[in-house]
Write a protein that binds this ligand. Structure first.
Ligand code: NAD
Ligand code: UGA
Length: 450
């Protein structure tokens, strides 16, 4: 009989991943539990006002919620009922004590391990879904299996989905990674985890490794992606100084099949909850193992990213006559990328703060992230939050496009120009608008890397 599954942590990872696992494994019961009552209520809301926005997610939840997918706060009951326990709790950067600002804060993860041990009434397979430092499974194993009544086998099954495309990424993954101990018990547990995914993922895309490789691969994969973004952004600055065009440079670099075209889009820098956190974690690990040159190398990726947002504000300052005080600037987009309401580490947050330092009158507009923007910038005075872009630009001096929302190019830019104070500036930090058309209307246009 197929075993029941519980996931502890009902966030961006736990919710969508378990919804898809439930959809593709109709004969398994899948429980998702969390300590956050509001989040669980939102997952259970009768009108499907789910706690996160993700294209296609509502449809999957509608299909399986109440059939074989259940959300609750009853962690104890769920651990008892299930033989396979995924852990998808948050692992933010630690902000205190040893490793502050670099290491992962593992307190949520450890609390979960202790809950599993306390509530278990039989052997369990415990699967790390959260992104964790390499060798965490050893600590998990020590907590779970010391003076324990039952046997716990710890696997690592990191998740590679990206926000905004989570459902598609889950349904058609490039690969699924499952790492585990290489003894008989470990291999049997790996096979059980493989079976969950094999109900829809082709076997040759389910890769199995030892547990340490799986843990490290996740950090390395995010670091490689972040490094590509920082690399193209480093070239963008040089393009601005020399008259080269970063989009042209990226197109030609990406045509080399050894490099490939993805993750070469210059912009305001990477945001999101994971790239910075995971690169910092890699830096911390390198330092811990005495690999200081490697640590410096990865720190460069973060430094370059932060510099990109500073450069945006410096350019605005220069192009707006070296004074921004009392000017009205509308940020178009606050989410860290399109198709999500997530604002964690969003470049727009840093740009907003730098502009607020210059006493800019800020207006934030975003189709999905205004609630989060209001929360993130609550300590700043004089910021307005307006969903309607046309209202947001009334007598504004500049529009700064921070997120590549798909509808921005289709806005009525003549109408926007008409509503703004002149000279009207558009800084398109995503290079997603038709700059020539905007110039024809009368806008002064700035782009990244041009
Ligand atoms: P999140 O903050 O959205 O969700 C984590 C949830 O865990 C929260 O709802 C929190 O209340 C819950 N939680 C914390 N401690 C708990 C406990 N002791 N018992 C029960 N619930 C508890 O975080 P997320 O974005 O889903 O990320 C989770 C992990 O997945 C992180 O390690 C992250 O690096 C990794 N990850 C995230 C993404 C992504 O796209 N967000 C992608 C890949 C990997
Ligand atoms: C990223 C990875 O892509 C996922 O594989 C991984 O699972 C996830 O992190 C995680 O561990 O949390 P995500 O952060 O959701 O996913 O989104 P991405 O599409 O990777 O974008 C990250 C940031 O880089 C965004 O701010 C995006 O705008 C920026 N970016 C991306 C660029 O500036 N240029 C690009 O070419 C690509």
């Amino acid at each position: 009989m197929n075993k029941n599954i519980v996931c502890i942590g009902a966030g961006y990872i736990g919710g969508p991943t378990m919804a898809v696992i439930a959809k593709m494994n109709p004969d398994r019961k899948v429980l998702v539990v969390d300590i956050n009552k509001d989040r669980i209520s939102a997952w259970n809301s009768p009108d499907y006002a789910l706690p996160i926005y993700e294209p296609g997610l509502v449809d999957v939840v509608k299909e399986v919620r109440g059939k074989n997918l259940f959300f609750s706060t009853d962690i104890k009951g769920a651990v008892k009922e299930c033989d396979i326990v995924f852990v998808g709790v948050n692992t933010p950067t630690k902000m205190f004590g040893r490793g502050a600002g670099r290491a992962s804060d593992l307190q949520y993860w450890e609390a979960t391990a202790r809950d599993i041990k306390e509530y278990a009434d039989g052997d369990k397979i415990v699967i790390e879904k959260s992104t964790l430092p390499v060798r965490t499974a050893a600590a998990m194993d020590a907590i779970l299996n010391t003076h324990a009544k039952y046997r716990f086998t710890v696997l690592s099954n990191p998740e590679f989905l990206a926000e905004g495309t989570a459902i598609k990424d889950l349904l058609e993954p490039d690969r699924v990674l499952i790492g585990g101990p290489q003894d008989d018990v470990g291999i049997a547990a790996i096979n059980e985890a493989v079976d969950i995914y094999a109900s829809w993922v082709p076997r040759d895309r389910i890769l199995t490794t030892n547990v340490w490789s799986a843990e490290l691969t996740k950090l390395a994969a995010n670091a490689f992606l972040a490094q590509r973004v920082s690399s193209i952004n480093a070239i963008a600055g040089l393009c601005e100084a020399t008259g080269a065009d970063v989009d042209e440079v990226a197109r030609v670099i990406g045509a080399d099949r050894r490099i490939g075209p993805k993750f070469l889009k210059a912009g305001p820098g990477f945001g999101g909850s994971c790239f910075k956190k995971d690169v910092l974690n890699l830096v911390y690990l390198c330092e811990t193992f005495g690999l200081h040159t490697a640590a410096e190398y990865w720190i460069g990726v973060i430094k370059m990213n932060e510099h990109q947002q500073e450069r945006i504000v410096s350019r605005l300052f220069r192009e707006m006559f070296n004074t921004l005080a009392n000017k009205k600037i509308a940020l178009f987009g606050f989410a860290f990328k399109a198709d999500t309401g997530d604002t964690r580490e969003t470049p727009a947050g840093k740009v907003a703060r730098l502009l607020a330092d210059e006493h800019v009158r800020l207006v934030i507009t975003d189709p999905k992230a205004l609630v989060n923007a209001r929360r993130d910038l609550a300590d700043l005075d004089g910021v307005s939050y307006i969903e309607d872009e046309y209202k947001a630009v009334e007598s504004a001096d500049a529009v700064v496009v921070m997120t590549d929302w798909r509808h921005y190019p289709a806005l009525d830019w003549r109408r926007i120009y008409g509503a703004m104070r002149k000279p009207a500036l558009v800084f398109d930090t995503r290079n997603c608008l038709d700059a020539a058309a905007l110039r024809k209307i009368g806008f002064k246009v700035l782009n990244i890397g041009k």
